[in-house]
Design a protein around this ligand. Structure first.
Ligand code: SF4
Length: 334
């Protein structure tokens, strides 16, 4: 039985490396620790190459191996260690306890089966339902995610649906087993702006209806502001800032977070991106020796080039990995 205070998901010291040609090692996720509370929506934010998607794939144990490998750390779901489970048990966890939504539903929906078939298969496999009952539940789930003509959609194939409809169908599949945790990796990136808002609203609604928690992976701080409770900002395979959404938007600390916030286009200003972040995320096999953000940071000091700063708590519920805040008496975390 779960202890009330126990986090739903607890990630500790996670390291996922990719072993490349010429003995190069890409430290895509490098010592990441965080917790996700029951009922919470936690956003993992960063540019592409920051390590956010590899973190979520590591949690689901879906890292292509080789070349990837989880080399260290712990991932616990309701106290159960996932990294040491057999492949069979892990498949069961993915079917029963974790629902997944990806950016492009076409990569996860099977083009040769009807939508109803794909939902029913999941229910028969993981909920041990009979075929008739599973199809009935599939129709109910499709209604729940907003399909007015659910009875027809069950018999349609993924290519017959629009992008937004496919994402709705994916959400129906993800929720079909009543998951404790929903992992959504860039769920709205491929969609038009109006459809994006509908899909986000649907995710929030489903989370409440199914009493789930959400780990949302996104590069879009607009999406974060809309749905998340707490945010982890990732850069160079590490967490560089952790705060509540309110704290992050009103009092961002890490220069990378400040740059991300400044690069959100504003409707009432003539947008220039002067304040956005110069340069790109360095490749994971060539992180600088000191602070990984130093080559792009306008505040970089000599010590920043010497050693990578630790993630430290600066205020309650706010952590940052930057030498600018060390003198504020920040306490080292983890
Ligand atoms: Fe910039 Fe230095 Fe802070 Fe890194 S540690 S973000 S280089 S000020």
């Amino acid at each position: 039985m779960q202890n009330q205070n126990q986090p739903l998901l607890e990630v500790k010291g996670l390291k996922t490396y990719f072993y490349m040609e010429q003995d190069r090692v890409a430290k895509a996720v490098d010592d990441v620790s965080f917790t996700l509370k029951k009922g919470e929506t936690l956003a993992l934010v960063g540019e592409s190459g920051s390590g956010k998607s590899i973190t979520s794939l590591s949690i689901m144990r879906l890292i292509p191996s080789p070349p990837g490998k989880i080399v260290e750390g712990s991932v616990k779901l309701e106290g159960k260690e996932l990294l040491t489970l057999s492949d069979r048990d892990m498949r069961r966890v993915r079917g029963n306890d974790i629902g997944m939504i990806f950016q492009e539903p076409m990569t996860s929906l099977n083009p040769v089966y009807t939508i109803g078939n794909q939902i029913a298969e999941t229910l028969m496999k993981h909920k041990k339902m009979r075929k008739k009952e599973a199809y009935k539940r599939a129709v109910d789930l499709l209604k729940l995610v907003g399909f007015a003509r659910a009875e027809e959609i069950v018999n349609e194939y993924p290519h017959q649906l629009s992008g937004g409809m496919r994402q709705r169908a994916m959400i129906a599949i993800a929720m079909s087993c009543d998951p404790k945790l929903l992992i959504a990796d860039e769920p709205t990136t491929a969609l038009d702006v109006t459809i994006q808002a509908q899909i986000l609203d649907l995710m929030v609604e489903m989370k409440q209806k199914f009493d789930s928690s959400v780990l949302l992976i996104t590069h879009d701080l607009g999406v974060v502001a809309e749905v998340a409770d707490r945010v982890l900002v990732m850069y160079g395979g590490q967490i560089v800032e952790e705060a509540t959404v309110y704290e992050l938007f009103t009092n961002p600390k890490h220069p990378y977070t400040v740059g991300l916030l400044n690069s959100i286009p504003s409707l009432d200003e003539e947008v220039d991106r002067l304040d956005s972040i110069p340069g790109t995320v360095p490749p994971a096999h060539r992180f600088p020796h000191g602070c990984r953000f130093a080559p792009r940071c306008k505040h970089a000091m000599p010590e920043c080039l010497e050693e990578n700063p630790e993630l430290r708590e600066t205020d309650a519920h706010h952590k940052v990995r930057c030498y600018l805040y060390e003198e504020q008496g920040g306490e080292k975390v983890g």
